[in-house]
Design a protein around this ligand. Structure first.
Ligand code: GLY
Length: 369
């Protein structure tokens, strides 16, 4: 089998999760090689960058995972910024979730963890919110990061600065094993040649495509269409997270608008009139004034979903192959903690009891009968 990766850990997938793990491994002195098929399909370039365990109304262990990751984000971002010399665009701006009534607000699973707002409170936080929203919750602890324009670039730079090797345009076709032990991958490289790469350890971070390599993984794509608008600078101070549509204001007035949720689309690429109309209607229902703001970009991507909407983290059925996939709507939020947990697992570093418990709660074998 050739060529060998000289003891490096293979990170399969160059998206946000793959880069985050590569960065942590490399800064702890490990050789890392990232295999990336197509940069543009990485969910890290598609997501809106919300850091929103409370606004999303997560529950149970997924809420705990999200909160633990949210707590790590400031230090994680400081590390990436120091390692790359680039800004990540973190905004601890808070998120407002509007509701039609106080009763609907109080039924939100995490309502007790935010500040309850009446109509007057909503107007204080987002002056032009449509009349139909009569109650809300402010989650001041939630926020956002500029994943598309800043975080991904900074992480790539931080990885390069720590000696991570990248192979772009390479497609992993098969995972190779001997006696239930991972031994490498068969790939088609950027020149179109078939070859194998030998490695003792790899982390599978191929998002919605993960079950193409390991069919037993219960991961399926949930397509999301998105767009951005150029609002007046400072038109919105906080993220507005409505039912089905959210508005994420960047520092320069760009408003990222998301997102449709289309499990039936499978891996069908492209924008659709229906999806785009749904976004525009969502914008109008939240903030009528934003209907006049010029559209800037439109795009789509595929969330990697699992039956319980939680990620698959930790060991796979093959010794030496680790899983970090299936982050569904929460990949940006969960990247910080995923990177810590997986780097520790690969290196064999002991985890605190709370981290070990979280990692255990998201093992892929929770879906086995
Ligand atoms: N994180 C929000 C979404 O996936 O649309």
């Amino acid at each position: 089998m050739s060529p060998a990766t000289n003891g490096s850990v293979l990170v399969i997938g160059g998206g946000l999760i793959g880069l985050s793990i590569a960065h942590q491994l490399a800064r702890q002195g490990h050789g890392v090689e990232v295999l990336s098929r197509r940069r543009s399909e990485a969910a890290g370039f598609v997501a809106a960058g919300m850091l929103a365990p409370h606004a999303e109304g997560l529950r149970g262990p997924l809420l705990q995972l999200g909160q633990a990751s949210l707590n790590r984000i400031p230090d994680w971002v400081n590390q990436i910024e120091a390692d790359s010399g680039l800004c990540c665009g973190l905004r601890s701006c808070g998120i407002i979730v509007p509701f039609h009534s106080a009763a609907a607000r109080d039924a939100h699973p995490t309502a007790h963890l935010g500040e309850a707002l009446n109509r007057k409170g909503l107007e204080r936080e987002a002056a032009d919110l449509a009349e139909q929203w009569q109650a809300g919750v402010l989650f001041a602890q939630d926020g956002q990061i500029d994943n598309r324009r800043q975080l991904m670039r900074a992480l790539e730079k931080a990885c390069v600065n720590f000696g991570v090797k990248f192979q772009e345009g390479i497609e992993v076709l098969d995972l190779l094993q001997q006696n239930k032990t991972f031994v490498g991958v068969r790939v088609r490289n950027a020149e179109g040649e078939l070859c194998t790469l030998q490695a003792d350890q790899a982390v599978l971070c191929t998002g919605a495509w993960s079950s193409k390599l390991l069919p037993e993984l219960p991961i399926f794509p949930v397509k999301g269409q998105m767009m951005s608008l150029q609002g007046p600078r400072d038109a919105l101070q906080r993220v507005i997270f409505g039912p089905g549509t959210y508005l994420v204001p960047r520092e320069d007035g760009l408003i990222v608008v998301g997102a449709t949720s289309e499990p039936e689309a499978d891996f069908r690429e492209g924008l659709t009139p229906f999806g785009q109309r749904e976004l525009q209607q969502g914008v109008a229902s939240l903030l009528p004034a934003a209907g006049q703001w010029p559209p800037m970009e439109r795009w789509w991507g595929f969330r990697p979903c699992t039956p319980d909407e939680g990620p698959l983290l930790g060991p796979s059925a093959l010794a030496g192959l680790w899983l970090a996939c299936g982050h569904h709507r929460n990949g940006v939020l969960l990247a910080a903690l995923t990177a810590d947990l997986l780097a520790a697992a690969v290196i064999g570093k002991p985890l605190s009891s709370s981290d070990a418990e979280l990692l255990n709660a998201f093992r892929s074998d929770r879906f086995e009968p």
